[in-house]
Design a protein around this ligand. Structure first.
Ligand code: GLP
Length: 249
């Protein structure tokens, strides 16, 4: 009943909007674990979309591990969501290392790549002058094929040498930085809560407005030069950030 009507759906591929609406309904507990989703025909009528669109949406949800499609009997809400990722905040590791240590493959699809200049704030954070060149790389980070984060790295061209989009497509950026003598050894990181806008929601496969953990970090190499300014948004439904605390003094 709480699903939006066809009139409420606009822009972005229709099946993704339907998938988002169904996912939100599952997360609200409207369809509990193990229960059947309404039949395709019924959902199509209720949402004012075609049955093909409903099918594409449920396939998307199956891909996200939220539902199981059983041939001939329908689509059921999966028993429990995938295990959350416990991410220690006190160690400086790359995304690739983090995922490999969990036995998962790591992906880094380049969403955008460009060369340019830092804005004043970025120049200060990286210890550059505004005229120096930086690369901006935005990547979709996946583990075992599942989208977990969107990361944007701003890198000093002088410190890293010439870079192209192909150099950073689906590779470990930290491994590349190490090869080029700019391995990060220390970082400062700031964490805040944000809500997914439409673009992040689609990239990460979460409902519009879903909780995300947004981090900004500056990393330095052994010579004390800032080598990366990174801004990333992690799925709040998949990540726990963990840190060790010690008594003060
Ligand atoms: C972590 C950091 C990012 C860094 C990335 C490198 O996710 N938060 O700032 O860019 O690791 O990961 P990889 O070496 O897999 O590209």
């Amino acid at each position: 009943a709480a699903l939006p009507s066809g009139a409420g759906l606009s822009s972005s591929p229709r099946y993704l909007q339907v998938a988002g609406a169904l996912q939100a309904a599952i997360e609200r507990g409207e369809y509990p674990a193990g229960s059947a989703l309404p039949a395709e025909r019924e959902l199509a009528a209720r949402l004012g979309v075609s049955r093909v669109t409903v099918r594409q949406a449920t396939l998307k949800l199956a891909e996200r591990g939220l539902v199981v499609r059983r041939h001939g009997s329908g689509t059921f809400v999966a028993a429990s969501g995938p295990e959350r990722i416990q991410h220690p905040l006190s160690r400086l590791t790359s995304f690739t290392e983090d995922m490999h240590s969990r036995g998962l493959s790591a992906g880094g699809q380049v969403l955008s790549f460009g060369a340019g200049h830092p804005n004043p704030q970025e120049a200060m954070q990286l210890g550059l002058s505004p005229g120096q060149r930086v690369y901006r790389v935005r990547r979709l980070r996946t583990a075992g094929g599942e989208a977990l984060a969107v990361e944007e790295s701003i890198l000093s061209a002088e410190r890293l040498g010439i870079l192209s989009a192909a150099d950073v497509q689906d590779v470990s950026l930290y491994a590349l930085m190490q090869q080029r003598g700019a391995a990060p050894v220390r970082a400062l990181r700031q964490l805040r809560a944000v809500n997914a806008d439409q673009e992040l929601a689609e990239l990460l496969g979460v409902p519009l407005g879903a909780a995300l953990l947004s981090t900004e970090r500056v990393a330095w190499d052994a010579a004390g030069r800032a080598v990366e300014l990174a801004r990333a948004s992690y799925r709040g439904d998949r990540y726990d950030f963990v840190m060790e605390l010690r008594e003060a003094g």
